[in-house]
Design a protein around this ligand. Sequence first.
Ligand code: 3NM
Ligand code: MG
Length: 543
Amino acid sequence: MSRPRIDYSLYYVTGRSLLPPAPTSYTGPPGDWYLAHLEQALAGGVTVVQVREKDVDGGEFYEVARRSKEVCDRYNVPLFVNDRLDIACLLKCHLHVGQSDLPARLARQLLGPDALLGVSVNTVDEMRLVLDEGVADYVGIGPCFGTQTKKNLNPIMGPRGVRAILEVLGDSEVKAVVIGGITPSTIPNVLAQTPAPLASGGYRHLDGLAVVSSISAAHDPFTAATELRALFLGRKMLPSWNLNASTAALDEQQLVRNAVDMLKLLREGAHKPLVHHITNQVVMNDTANLTLAFGASPIMSSSPDEAPHLSTLISCLLLNLGTITEQQIASQKIAGEAANRNQKPVVFDPVGVGATEYRKKSASDLLNACHVSIIKGNAGEVGALAGLSEVQARGVDSVGAGFKDPASVVRTLAAREKLVVAMSGKVDYVSDGRDVFAIENGSEWQESITGSGCMASACVPCFPASLSLSLCSTAVALFAGLRHESGSLSAAVAGLVAINVAAELAAERADVQGPNTFRAALIDECFRITPDDLARRAKVKKL
Ligand code: 3NM
Ligand code: MG
């Protein structure tokens, strides 16, 4: 095979209809503005070009492709044409086919041996077929997000749908780019969520990003291309890019010390995190009080209009799926996206996600819209997200004895989602996808009140990962809201240890005589608990 190896990192699919008007500084022939715009994009860092012309005849398509190729040749950038095998053959360039175009295996028969062939895929079955046929050099996976650019768009798959396709692609030589709604604001989430765990260990990553409007509609295509490419290349700073690298592993003593140190800072008032809750109506009052009791500040706001501004002010965002409504989910998506943009960690409590299809879809939509740093749920909720039926949910409660192997459940889900999973129960399990810690604190009284799981989730952002920001490199800090590293693990363990030790202290009080006095005592103990209490009582074990 003499086909070239090319750099797929920034794949520009042209869209002449989206071009902005030529600026006054442009003095060339009006018809050539497209080429001048393309040239700036190439100078900015585009590594592959595909000429896509949906509403033109063969003659015009040929002319546009021929002239585009002259420009690309000067930059030594490979050119693909969309769909038109004849034009690809005439120009001796590469070909991209969609699912409704000529079948790839037929196109391959006429394409020269040096030509590359790309195929669009929207489903895992299409991906399997491409692998079986063995004629494609790369796949374009999409649409990842909604886009105005393409008519007859296939179902939107979200970064997690892209991941499912990458999982099928596995460690095949076939390259993969993602398309559909790829913009500077969606890229961090795409890069954080798409890596797919491989059976052999390790992750399958994207080889590039494909865009139409992010470049073609740009007034300054040079800067647009530079920024897009830098974001893709910057992925290597995302810890999720290389989850197998042995970054600072934390042992149980260190995690307890971190919890104690964080509580000290809260108690001294040296650190007063502002936590934005978009939560359910059952627990709102308790979780707001509990946040205050720990020395953090809650802001309870469900307005989508307020969320973007809030995200610049907060330390952490807490999203809770309980008593969910359409409006609530819409607000959570907007707030989550804004938190990602502003590099603020997001904690997600998927309350009752196993109970109904509606909640499952809402959780999936939310996880596609933004990258979450920590998921905190009970066994039923974690099981539903992991796609397991071993533990059932009844309404928002999980029932039965729990998982036979809870450690592998949380580890697998954390590795797949590339975040920290904290599963609460009699024993809590926390994993970053590599290590698993068990927390054996707590009181039976917690089961007697509503919202004790939500209260545990609310403790986590009182110990936000941002606290450890000063300890990690700027490169990692850059992706604070997205990063997958010890900060999230520390926060999750600290929050769960704190609420569970507070519950033990509350349960020991003589004035606790029933659920309601326990609930009051629990909030009081969150207020009274000292770093020393944590240090003495924490029962954290690495499994
Ligand atoms: N193909 P933008 S989505 C050309 O899903 C194309 O196969 C898609 O445009 C697919 O970058 C798409 O402006 C349009 O969102 C992408
Ligand atoms: Mg096509």
